[in-house]
Design a protein around this ligand. Structure first.
Ligand SMILES: *Cc1c(COP(=O)(O)O)cnc(C)c1O
Length: 450
């Protein structure tokens, strides 16, 4: 049997909050205006009360509201699949399982948090949401969720994706969103970036600034973030909670859990329910995989930094390459972020999880092998997890160990054929990590005294 499905009633009823179980204290967020720890009220201009409460919560289980569960049930529980054909192609004794999040309406895990975020904003009387999008996945997810609850939606889309991925833009427009290429001249943050850097391909850091600025200036408008923050990772734990149940059903437990990491939400979502077991003494490895040209966890600094270029978001303790670092315009747009979720940064820093990086050519090689064997064209972001899982499986071939590997297939790649065309045409290259640029950016980190 290769597919393990759960019944609708087995969909999780609560999210899992790892903050309740961490054997260390988390650093507070810092208000960029006062340089003092953030009070919940500091975030009220852009987030609804329920999400601020979740952001700061230390409750272990947080109930998923019924209207949210109903919408999640449009495609959840998502399948867990044993990659028999991939195992055979690799000739590995390892067992490879993947959780497939590409069956969601927008084709990735991001809808798991877009739905509750829009729901809590609607409850708070908010009429419009602004947001940023890198590869277009998050913008598509918010556009879809906003349509379900009747809210308006404006998406600042990183310029390089705006031009590379016209069909992502079409998806958002179909669901009623207003899509603007970032940096744009519609905000002060965008105009400033264009003045300093007229030919920039755009960055997530700048698109976030533009979206936050608009939300701060309009009372009926809030901002939604697709990754990084605690409440986003919380919502994504449906992935790991379901996967654990599915593996239990077939008497399995992973030795290694793997996910790609841009802002850290699908990694946290899959890994945190397993790290709960690890904190309680069970042996399991969790590995976050990032692009070698944007190596936040493997080469960045663990320090306080801004989440965006215009310094509007709270300052967070995280692994960072500095907010002014412009990652090269690679195909995995969803992984082009200078920072990493504070929760993921903390578990890596404390040795509960590990990080690895892979090159762009390598991710496409393994991604194509996966498509040929498993019949699913993966998103370039997800190919990072596939590459790491395959490499672990090949190590098992060397050592003869039959390990059980679980990875998250965070999304499908049906909007990424321009990237696959360039791979097939031999035009995918491996941009160097711009170490000097990152060092210059890291030198600008804010000084925070607690
Ligand atoms: C956005 C995205 C990612 C990266 O975001 P995380 O917050 O690190 O999960 C990974 N895969 C896909 C398909 C995405 O859309």
């Amino acid at each position: 049997m290769s597919r393990i499905y759960l019944n609708d009633q087995d969909m999780p009823k609560s999210w899992y909050n790892i903050a309740a179980d961490l054997p260390f204290a988390l650093d507070p967020y810092i208000n960029p205006a006062t340089m003092k720890p953030c009070a919940p009220s500091d975030m009220e201009a852009i987030f609804p009360p329920a999400l601020i409460e979740q952001e700061m919560s230390s409750e272990r289980e947080i109930a998923i509201p019924e209207p949210v569960r109903e919408l999640l049930a449009t495609w959840r529980p998502s399948p867990l699949i044993r990659a028999h054909a991939l195992e055979k192609a690799l000739g590995t004794p390892a067992k490879i399982y993947y959780k497939y999040e590409g069956t969601s309406p927008a084709g990735s895990h991001k809808v798991n948090t877009a739905i509750p975020q829009v729901y809590y904003n609607k409850l708070a009387g908010i009429k419009k949401l602004t947001t940023e999008t890198g590869a277009g996945q998050w913008g598509s997810s918010v556009s879809y969720a906003a349509k379900q609850f009747g809210l308006g939606c404006t998406v600042y889309m990183v310029k390089t994706s705006f031009t590379q991925k016209p069909f992502r833009r079409s998806f958002m427009r179909l669901f009623g969103a207003n899509v603007i290429a970032s940096p744009s001249d519609t905000t002060a943050a965008g105009r400033e970036e264009l003045r300093k850097n007229p030919d920039t391909p755009g960055t997530l850091g700048c698109a976030i600034s533009e979206a936050v600025e608009v939300a701060m200036q309009n009372k009926d408008t809030n901002y939604a973030l697709g990754s990084v923050l605690n409440h986003v990772l919380l919502h994504q734990t449906v992935i790991g909670l379901e996967a654990k149940k599915q593996m239990e059903l077939i008497g399995e437990y992973p030795d290694i859990v793997i996910a790609c990491a841009g802002g850290g939400s699908n990694f946290g979502g899959l890994a945190f329910p397993f790290l709960r077991d690890k904190i309680n003494g069970r042996e399991v490895r969790a590995i976050a995989v990032e692009p070698s040209n944007c190596p936040t966890l493997t080469k960045g600094t663990y320090a306080f930094d801004y989440g965006d270029t215009a310094k509007l978001t709270p300052i967070m303790k995280m692994y960072t390459l500095g907010k002014d670092f412009t990652p090269p315009a690679v195909h995995a747009g969803g992984l082009r972020y200078h920072g990493m979720a504070p929760l993921v940064s903390a578990v890596v820093n404390h040795g509960l999880a590990e990080a690895e990086s892979v090159h762009q050519q390598e991710i496409f090689q393994y991604g194509v092998t996966f498509a040929h064997t498993e019949g699913i064209v993966p998103a370039p972001e997800s190919c990072h997890a596939i590459a790491a899982a395959c490499k672990k499986a090949l190590e098992c071939k060397e050592s003869g160990e039959a390990k059980t590997i679980l990875f998250n297939l965070s999304g499908h790649g049906f909007f990424d054929f321009a990237a696959y065309d360039s791979f097939v045409d031999g035009k995918v290259y491996d941009p160097e990590y711009a170490e000097a640029a990152a060092a210059a950016s890291i030198a600008q980190l804010p000084k925070v005294e607690l």
